[in-house]
Design a protein around this ligand. Structure first.
Ligand code: TYM
Length: 327
């Protein structure tokens, strides 16, 4: 049997170069070697207040971006999380197999709650990793390809699965997170923060929809580190970030790029990177505009994904309910 892979993306804005390099690009690259599931996780998106019309629109657009990058719905299951009710139902059940202490230790919750203040500290935001566990555990998943920021959440779902299995026998497969170089793309203006799609209109975030001119501007204005050598190191976070993006898009290694740019300044390096990203994104945008224009086809693709996902998820949910005595 092919190994099973699942990873989700929130429709909380236009996907960024961070989503692309850290996740979506390799989802598409590896999909033929696995049976893959890609939920658009709109129930996760509502843990931060969303405009309803925008959320609905972003959900379809996010699906269109995934298809533009190359997710092939004849191979992979692309669906909307809220349309497969088993996710919410298993999420509620699993709430009783994760503790307040465990959830309170999640760094993403701590970061977001600090940013949002008491009004934004919704129970759903706290509980978010449990719903992620349900997303994955419903499908007997082997691998969860994610960016670095999600690793802790995948570790927690492993603990939840193991705890449940220890109580009731083997019900859940225990998934493994997988990450690659590029798993942590930072903001071009604030290299100590991850590039995030929920930061809107941010000069340090490259959105997949940015025009070539905007891409050139953002990359040419990206902050750099002191000194002028182009090398990846802990004391050069800004240049390391640019090299990581360059490597992921050009399929060259960082070492090869360091050799290519030895003795050259930031100017040449940044302008080559800007060209590379601009071309990559305009190719994606051309595909996106065709795919996103045909809303009916997009909806039909998601309906099909929902049916394929639900067939598996409902079965697992039934097993779980039987194990714990829910009629
Ligand atoms: P989300 O929507 O924030 O991001 C989608 C994927 O993109 C990765 N990513 C990044 N990778 C590198 N550099 C960055 N700056 C960067 N920003 C985002 C994320 O790690 C992720 O892989 N909670 C998840 C969605 C989710 C999920 C799941 C993932 C819900 N259920 C089940 C895996 C399995 C999230 O908010 O992703």
């Amino acid at each position: 049997m092919k190994r099973r892979v699942l990873s989700g993306i929130q429709p909380s804005g236009t996907p960024t170069l961070g989503n692309y390099v850290g996740a979506i690009k390799r989802w598409a690259r590896d999909q033929s070697q696995s049976e893959s599931f890609f939920p658009i996780v709109n129930l996760h998106a509502i843990t931060i207040r969303q405009d309803p019309a925008e959320l609905a629109n972003n959900t379809l657009d996010t699906a269109a971006w995934l298809l533009a990058v190359g997710i092939d719905p004849s191979q992979s299951v692309l669906f909307v999380q809220s349309q497969v009710a088993a996710h919410s139902q298993l999420g509620w059940i699993l709430n009783n197999y994760a503790t307040y202490g465990e959830l309170g230790r999640m760094t993403q919750f701590k970061d977001k709650s600090q940013k949002l203040g008491p009004e934004g500290q919704l129970a759903g935001l706290f509980d978010y990793p449990v719903l992620m566990a349900a997303d994955v555990l419903l499908y007997d998943i082997d691998e969860v390809p994610v960016g670095e920021d999600q690793k802790q959440h995948v570790e927690l779902m492993r603990d939840i699965a193991t705890r449940f299995n220890n109580l009731y026998g083997p019900v859940f497969k225990v998934p493994t997170p997988t990450m690659e170089e590029g798993a942590r793309i930072m903001n071009l203006q604030r290299p100590d923060q991850k590039m995030s799609k929920s930061d809107k209109d941010d000069a340090g975030v490259v959105y997949l929809s940015d025009s070539p001119d905007v891409v050139r501007q953002k990359i040419s204005r990206a902050v750099t580190d002191s000194g002028s050598t182009i090398e990846a190191s802990a004391d050069k976070p800004a240049v390391t970030n640019l090299l990581t993006i360059f490597a992921a898009i050009s399929d060259k290694t960082i070492a090869a790029l360091e050799a290519d740019y030895a003795g050259k300044g930031y100017g040449a390096f940044k302008s080559d990177l800007a060209e590379l990203v601009a071309v990559e994104l305009s190719n994606l945008q051309a595909k996106f505009s065709v795919i996103s224009a045909d809303r009916d086809k997009l909806l039909a693709t998601l309906d099909d994904g929902r049916d394929r996902a639900a067939a598996i998820a409902d079965d697992k949910l039934a097993q779980v309910k039987a194990k714990i005595g829910l009629l």
